[in-house]
Write a protein that binds this ligand. Structure first.
Ligand code: C5P
Length: 232
């Protein structure tokens, strides 16, 4: 399976993201576009970054009734992104509908993954507010199995959960993991973190790295360090 570093481009305007990407003169990193940038700039920003030669993970985390998700995905498929996602909590039926909507007439489609439990959700809150009685790890494994059953390619999870997901769903089932920090870097608001090298050992296929690269004094050097540590 292909492994790579995805840069989370959490910027609020086209100017900011394009001037950030302008720094990468020799490489064209795989980038993640999230809700903030997409809602600020619309689909045009996806076309523009794609036209510059980057692969794109469009992180919009769809979660609605199956028919609505299917129709939304059939719009997104025209953007020619490389990866997009839904919430596994939307059920197997919703995930199947997402996959159908995303599939082009020739049978090809972007990679489609599901969020299990957001890394910001603690076990205590999940049990008290959402009335989910199971442990958070059992929930993550069950959601990952549902994702596999729906025919999706993998899940977004913490690097620390990647081994558990692979054990339940098989090594070909993809894990895309945010929550990555350099050993000597700022942790910020992330809790369940790992270094790029540790993420590789545990079994991440793609690591999603935001501030450790975007806020670095030299983002290109930070990206290259990530690649080196992650790809080994
Ligand atoms: O700056 P940092 O490396 O923490 O950025 C991580 C990125 O991954 C952000 O875009 C964040 O929204 C996203 N993410 C996450 N945890 C999840 C899902 C997505 O941190 N469970």
């Amino acid at each position: 399976m292909q492994r790579d570093v995805i840069i989370a481009c959490d910027f609020s305007s086209k100017e900011q993201v394009l001037s950030f990407l302008d720094r990468f003169t020799e490489t064209k990193p795989f980038v993640k576009i999230g809700m903030e940038l997409f809602y600020a700039e619309g689909p045009e920003i996806v076309r523009e970054i794609k036209a510059r030669g980057h692969r794109i993970f469009l992180d919009l985390k769809l979660h609605d009734i199956p028919n609505t998700v299917k129709k939304a995905m059939s719009v997104l498929r025209n953007l020619d992104v490389d990866m997009c996602n839904v919430h596994a909590a939307g059920t197997i039926e919703m995930m199947r509908a997402a996959r159908e909507g995303l599939t082009r007439e020739d049978g090809t489609r972007p990679l489609l993954i599901a969020v299990t439990q957001l890394t910001s959700t603690s076990e205590e809150r999940m049990q008290r507010e959402l009335l989910i009685g199971a442990s958070i790890n059992d929930t993550i494994v069950k959601y990952a199995l549902n994702t596999k059953e729906a025919g999706l390619d993998g899940v977004v999870c913490s690097p620390l959960e990647a081994a558990m997901v692979k054990e339940a769903c098989g090594t070909d089932f993809m894990t895309v993991t945010p929550g990555v920090r350099f050993a000597d870097g700022e942790v910020g608001d992330q809790v369940r973190i790992a270094t790029p090298a540790r993420a590789r050992e545990i079994g991440s296929d793609y690591i999603v790295v935001g501030r450790s690269i975007t806020q670095a004094a030299d983002p290109v050097a930070a990206y290259e360090r990530c690649l080196e540590e992650f790809l080994g």
